[in-house]
Design a protein around this ligand. Structure first.
Ligand SMILES: Cc1ncc(COP(=O)(O)O)c(C=O)c1O
Length: 407
């Protein structure tokens, strides 16, 4: 098991007090995680030693930064067990990665009447690009429901697959309920029906081992800022054959081979999908985040978060007046969303913030899921490797106080 209190000391942001000298308890890592000193140092070292534009240089600095850029790609490929670094495309985030697929693969392959299968667990990032695609093409979106206790309804999923289903876009972990989806079964069923699969791993890659080869997913998307890395970058994994066949998404520098007045030809993978100057420093610093995660161990992280979630469920249930959303701790990641009787999540979050406890309130970019749960908003505490049981205690004490304050 990992020593969260020891790890926390590596995160400068978490050493602070807020408001009137209240120690900060950060329970919003599902929105964005904090950076360890090693990542902060990497960013600073890059900017003060090797920073230059990549893939264009005829000078030492650019060669150095280009080499580190490609090393970062290699580190990502190894981290998710991709067969080849050419299958790793740097994007602006999970959102950027999904939009790339919806635009490039979608526009080339989706026709009127084709079906796109989504689930009610999706984040808006894995909904809206498909709705836009469906609008452009006259395609049909099908929605797989959840069970009342917050699991993906796999029987319904199977029934919804048809010969018209072209793509399934599904999260691996709900950012609201924490529910793990059976990603391997989803890819198997979808492939058997002749559809391809995009897995949204934004809440999964940071918290458990991600093996894209074992999952056999066609596309996988995730963000660096949720896995201890810098913001502004994300990763799209795509099977080489699919990426090869897809037209470029954005046009500009770096993604071309030759440009003439008559037209252009595209660069080889993965440059084809990386038009313009990328987020150089964040990408070069990403291996420091990956190294940190690997050193702690993804399985240790998963188990630690499981222990935190189990304890949080117990403590919230003991308080009373709390409705925890989604499945029991055994079936979920480090995310606990809930409502409190007669207390709006925004008011609760405000009261918690005054006590130094940072959680999130709202629909968490998952309005269809909240509609399904017949609520407008919920509170969400989300955990990471630096959270301790004592953080949970402070969270519970703060809720208790808030309930008393508002009653
Ligand atoms: C499940 C899920 N998908 C997609 C996203 C979007 O990620 P980003 O904002 O980094 O593009 C998030 C962010 O919260 C998420 O939780």
């Amino acid at each position: 098991m990992l020593d969260a209190a020891k790890l926390k000391a590596d995160f400068p942001v978490l050493q602070q007090t807020v408001h009137n000298n209240v120690p900060l308890v950060y329970l919003d890592s599902a929105a964005s995680s904090q950076k360890p000193q090693a990542v902060i140092n990497a960013l600073s070292k890059i900017d003060s030693t090797v920073y230059a534009n990549v893939h264009r240089g005829a000078h030492w600095l650019s060669d150095e930064s280009t080499a580190l850029y490609e090393e970062s790609r290699d580190a990502v490929a190894e981290f998710i067990n991709a067969a080849d670094s050419r299958e790793i495309v740097f994007t602006s985030g999970t959102t950027g990665a999904i939009n790339l697929v919806a635009r490039s693969w979608g526009d080339a392959n989706i026709e009127e009447g084709d079906e796109i299968l989504l689930t009610l667990l999706e984040h808006h990032s894995n909904i809206v690009p498909w709705q836009q695609l469906a609008e452009r093409k006259g395609a049909i979106i099908k929605w797989c429901d959840i069970t009342d206790d917050g699991y993906l309804n796999l029987d319904e999923f199977e029934n919804l697959l048809s010969e018209r289903t072209k793509i399934v876009a599904c999260t691996m972990t709900s950012n609201v309920l924490g529910t793990y989806t059976p990603a391997r079964q989803i890819t198997e069923l979808a492939h058997a029906a002749g559809a391809i699969v995009l897995l949204d791993a934004a809440q999964s890659a940071p918290h458990q081992t991600l093996d894209v080869t074992e999952l056999d997913a066609d596309f996988v998307a995730f963000s660096a800022h949720k896995m201890l890395g810098p913001s502004g970058i994300g990763i799209l994994f795509g099977k080489e054959a699919l990426l090869e066949a897809m037209p470029p998404f954005l046009g500009g520098g770096s993604m071309i081979d030759v440009v003439s007045e008559a037209g252009f030809s595209t660069a080889a993978l993965p440059a084809k999908f990386e038009a313009g100057t990328p987020a150089i420093s964040p990408i070069l610093a990403l291996p420091a985040a990956i190294a940190y995660l690997k050193q702690v161990g993804l399985e240790n992280i998963r188990q630690h978060e499981h222990a935190l979630v189990t304890y949080t469920h117990e403590q919230l249930n003991a308080l009373g007046k709390i409705n925890i959303l989604g499945p029991p701790p055994t079936a979920k990641a480090g995310v606990v969303s809930f409502t409190v009787d007669n207390l709006h999540p925004q008011d609760l979050t405000h009261a918690l913030d005054n006590q130094g406890v940072a959680i999130r309130a709202g629909h968490h970019c998952a309005m269809p899921l909240h509609n399904r749960l017949s609520i407008n908003a919920s509170g969400r505490a989300s955990f990471y490797l630096y959270n301790t049981l004592s953080d949970v205690d402070k969270f519970i004490q703060a809720i208790d106080k808030a309930i008393q304050l508002f009653s």
